[in-house]
Design a protein around this ligand. Structure first.
Ligand code: BTN
Length: 265
């Protein structure tokens, strides 16, 4: 198999990390999130990682798919068992976005942008996405699967027509192929560090870092929420990770789910 990922190589980058002690590696899965969710429901430990070379039914946010061709990119899911209230679960998605943005920055040499809630963009094109799925009942968060999809070595001409204007990759941006094991190792380490910081220093510490990547702060935006639309100025996030949008009448609205589109200029 050309340029396959190697769990042994990835582990060399992890040293004392709590996440990634066990890496489940597959040449093909329908979705690393689906597999990790099943493992977690059967009792897998916190920090177990699922990795696949390709996904046949990769899942994106809002019921969309995730383009997952073989041996080029990264499709990785991590099982977490945080001691958080179910209402605080979105904090993990934003924590993962910070970890992903910081890992991308160390390979790019400059910071990417985070588009709320958790898309990683460079030059307005998507480099990576995060899909967090939780098992909850009313008062307890049983486990959370954080799924990360990162475009690493896909070339422009390999992107399907409909993604060409929308997606990018580290290869496209840096003109250099990326060592995928090194990126996976850096990402798991970064997630490990950020998760520890969330536990020890609390969400405001993570939220401030998240906002440093949030380039729409202070800009006029339109938010599409199913059949509802909202426009106003993006102000930042609150302690639940909701997007705060100030409407023209001065009222502050909290957005929990939706697509944020900048309004020119
Ligand atoms: C998004 O729509 O932006 C989220 C995309 C998340 C994709 C990743 S790839 C690894 C993991 N497994 C999945 O099926 N989805 C996530």
């Amino acid at each position: 198999m050309p340029d396959a990922l190697s769990p042994e190589e990835i582990r060399k980058h992890l040293a004392a990390a709590r996440l990634g002690k066990k890496i489940h590696y597959f040449p093909e899965l329908d979705s690393t999130n689906r597999y990790a969710f099943k493992l977690a429901a059967e009792g897998a430990d916190e920090g177990e990682v699922v990795l696949a070379e390709r996904q046949t039914r990769g899942k994106g946010r809002l019921g969309r798919g995730w383009f997952s061709p073989p041996n080029l990119n990264l499709y990785l899911s991590v099982i977490l068992r945080p001691r958080l209230r179910p209402a605080d679960a979105p904090q993990l998605t934003l924590t993962a976005a910070v970890a992903l943005a910081e890992s991308a920055q160390s390979f790019l040499g400059y910071p990417p942008a985070i588009k709320w809630p958790n898309d990683i963009l460079v030059g307005g094109k998507k480099l990576a996405g995060i899909l967090t799925e939780s098992s909850v009942d009313r008062e307890r968060l049983h486990f959370v699967v954080v799924g990360l999809g990162v475009n690493l070595n896909i070339a422009q001409h390999m992107l399907p027509e409909e993604l060409r204007g929308l997606a990018t990759s580290l290869l496209i941006l840096t003109q250099r192929p990326v060592d995928r094991d090194a990126f996976a190792g850096e990402l798991i380490r970064s997630l490990d560090r950020c998760y520890g910081e969330l536990e020890q220093r609390g969400f405001p510490y993570i939220a401030a870092r998240w906002e440093s990547f949030f380039e729409l702060k202070g800009r006029k935006v339109k938010v599409e929420m199913g059949d509802r639309q909202l426009s106003g100025t993006a102000k930042g996030i609150d302690r639940d990770g909701a997007l705060l949008v100030e409407r023209a009448d001065g009222a502050l609205e909290r957005v929990i789910a939706g697509d944020v589109i900048p309004i020119q200029p």
